[in-house]
Design a protein around this ligand. Structure first.
Ligand code: KIV
Length: 271
């Protein structure tokens, strides 16, 4: 039992403390009420309604087409399933890029309508002025650097980042920290670079494909539980094989219905 596992409701104040106390932060994505309840009951500290919902929930090729309406819809459902976990909403591509004013309007709408306690935005030092504006307006912000899926077209695809050195990432992390982010996602980053970034800042880093030197870890719900196998990145560790189980269960159901084994008297209303 860790110290923080006894806390009734995780708030933004817990994460910096967890870093100071060397306690790893556990995070997963969720997109609906039932999944949220499962993660909350398990004790996951931070739940992100990622724009990855476009891929695993809607079958889009990438996260670019995801809209603010979609993310708000899923976040509202997740919110209803959480009692203890901290809830973060991932701002989709195009909702914080046009101007700081529009970004602020969209983030305020996201927080007000969804019930999320923070937003996540992708980008390095160039996003620091926006982060400052959001934080000054009362919005908690989680940063995201390294592989940024919303920039795959300019990055030239889903490529591991950081092979070219560590300085740029440390500068980005420090600028975002200075602007007021409460935590920073490091995605698809060479492990030793992620470790150096983690050591360079006081706010916690949350890794996904960024090695064990980060202060916490996050994975996509469907990857962790083996629900999605269109592609499985190297960094994904599966803790269940739910798709195989569900296909098997569906086949058992088909067999039972076809052979009139189901419904039996136990599952019928009798006189
Ligand atoms: O959209 C997402 O799921 C993310 C991750 C950090 C997992 O941004």
């Amino acid at each position: 039992m860790s110290k923080h596992s006894e806390i009734k409701k995780i708030t933004v104040n817990h994460f910096a403390k967890m870093k100071q106390e060397n306690e790893k932060i556990t995070c997963l994505t969720a997109y609906d009420y039932t999944s949220a309840m499962i993660l909350d009951e398990a004790g996951i500290e931070l739940v992100l309604v990622g724009d990855s919902l476009g891929v695993v929930m809607n079958g889009y090729e990438n996260t670019i087409p995801v809209t603010l309406d979609e993310v708000i819809y899923h976040t509202k459902a997740v919110k209803r399933g959480l009692k203890r976990s901290f809830l973060v909403l991932d701002m989709p591509f195009g909702t914080y890029h046009e101007s700081e004013e529009k970004a602020l309007t969209n983030c305020i709408r996201a927080i007000k309508e969804s019930g999320a306690e923070a937003v996540k935005i992708e980008g390095g030092a160039e996003k620091a002025p926006l982060v400052k504006k959001l934080v000054n307006s009362g919005i908690n912000v989680m940063g995201h650097i390294g592989l940024m899926p919303q920039s795959i077209h300019t990055m030239g695809g889903f490529k591991v980042q950081g092979r070219d050195g560590v300085e740029k990432y440390i500068e980005d992390a420090k600028a975002l920290e200075e602007a007021g982010i409460f935590s920073l996602v490091l995605e698809g980053l060479v492990a030793d670079v992620a470790t150096s970034v983690t050591k360079a800042v006081d706010i916690p880093t949350i890794g996904i494909g960024a090695g064990k030197g980060c202060d916490g870890q996050i994975l996509v719900f469907h990857d962790v539980f083996g629900l999605f196998d269109d592609f499985i990145p190297k960094f994904v560790k599966r803790y269940a094989d739910a798709k195989t189980e569900l296909v098997k269960a569906a086949q058992d159901y088909i067999g039972d219905v076809k052979s009139s084994v189901f419904p039996d008297d136990k599952h019928s209303y009798l006189r």
